[in-house]
Design a protein around this ligand. Structure first.
Ligand SMILES: [Zn+2]
Ligand SMILES: [Zn+2]
Length: 138
């Protein structure tokens, strides 16, 4: 989704489009790191020092409702955001918390087998693999 599409989508849904809000959207939608709201706040406030954490939080909530990002909650109450909303595996390091995406036709095909076997139409899904990453093994 480009900037113009994003702006019109926000407008169509009756939301005010401010430069801060666009910056937050761009930051999370382009991220590969499954960032937390705090991490996004930190990055965006470098360019927009007046931004509030509440604005960040509300904007993330909005993107979630528009189904442009997924919220990934963890037992330790950390919530991270994933702009990759297609079926994929999150490979999560249990030591440093780094998350990388694994996307492949195999995952999609197997997932389609599973849901047809179950005869369900999921409204969302989350596939996690827990590992100790290469950096943490050393
Ligand atoms: Zn690690
Ligand atoms: Zn992911």
């Amino acid at each position: 989704m480009n900037k113009e599409q994003l702006i019109s989508m926000l407008r169509e849904n009756g939301h005010k489009v401010t430069p801060q809000r666009i910056a937050i959207c761009e930051e999370v939608l382009s991220s590969k790191e499954h960032p937390t709201a705090e991490a996004i706040f930190e990055k965006v406030s470098k360019r927009h020092p007046a931004i509030s954490f509440t604005t960040v939080y509300h904007t993330l909530d909005l993107l979630k409702k528009l189904e442009l990002i997924h919220e990934i909650r963890f037992d330790n109450r950390v919530t991270r955001y994933d702009p990759n909303t297609s079926v994929h595996v999150n490979i999560i390091c249990q030591k440093c918390g780094k998350i990388s995406d694994y996307e492949s036709d195999t995952v999609k095909i197997q997932w389609n087998h599973i849901i047809s076997e179950l005869k369900i139409q999921p409204i969302g899904q989350r596939l996690d693999a827990y590992v100790i990453c290469g950096d943490c093994k050393e």
